[in-house]
Ligand binder design. Structure first.
Ligand code: ADP
Ligand code: MG
Length: 205
């Protein structure tokens, strides 16, 4: 599976879903989430290096996302992608074990920077169960396609589970109890990004 293809596929999915993501953000935030990410991922695609390792490509993509994506999600996603690239190191091929380390690193970075725990209605509510499901599938002997599918399914369930939560972090937390009853836009976009990974892994299985 090519990591460059993941950046490209993610950008396509985000572009297709930008309106919906921004509409979700309009309900409990300021309505810019989809458009923020669309700008960042489109710029990341443009910045992808033609040569070098997958890890290097992710570091460049992450840095570009940090510098072009508005909102708090920009630095969180950008730094997470950059960290994932660092975890891949100079490996020429992304296998299931390395991708697991990259995902774990991405989660750690999001939590180091954003200080959100599970249950606080953020992207962590999709990413944390995704990483856990990935690691469980890996421990059970799963290949890249199986591990990423488990992660994507868990991320989608995690995003859905944000509906009854009250936001404790970010802009949505200003709404207090009025944030209850809505999907968290960042959890939904995280699920999209992990679905892109699973789709690519299954195509190349
Ligand atoms: P902003 O809130 O600055 O407009 P975005 O709309 O792009 O930024 O992103 C909002 C999303 O960012 C939320 O839906 C949530 O998932 C995520 N988010 C906000 N604060 C945090 C945090 N501290 N940790 C993790 N994710 C967060
Ligand atoms: Mg917003």
């Amino acid at each position: 599976m090519s990591i460059l293809d993941w950046v490209r596929r993610s950008a396509e999915l985000i572009a297709a879903e930008a309106e919906r993501l921004s509409r979700l953000d309009a309900a409990i935030g300021d309505g810019d989430h989809g458009h923020n990410l669309d700008r960042g991922f489109a710029a990341a695609v443009e910045a992808l290096p033609e040569h070098g390792t997958p890890g290097r490509a992710l570091v460049v993509a992450g840095r570009t996302i940090v510098s072009t994506t508005g909102g708090v999600s920009g630095p969180l996603y950008g730094m997470a992608v950059r960290r994932a690239g660092k975890e891949l190191g100079d490996a020429g091929v992304v296998d299931a074990v390395r991708l697991g380390a990259a995902l774990r690193g991405a989660l750690e970075t999001v939590q180091e920077l954003g200080e959100a725990q599970e249950g606080e209605k953020t992207m962590v509510d999709a990413l944390a169960p995704a990483v856990a499901a990935y690691e469980q599938a890996l421990a059970a002997g799963g290949d890249l396609a199986e591990c990423t599918r488990a992660a994507a399914d868990a991320a989608e369930r995690g995003a859905q589970a944000t509906v009854p939560m009250q936001a404790r972090k970010g802009r949505a937390s200003y709404l207090g109890k009025r944030s209850i009853g809505h999907l968290d836009p960042g959890a939904v976009s995280t699920a999209l990004l992990i679905r892109a990974l699973a789709d690519l892994a299954s195509e190349h299985a």
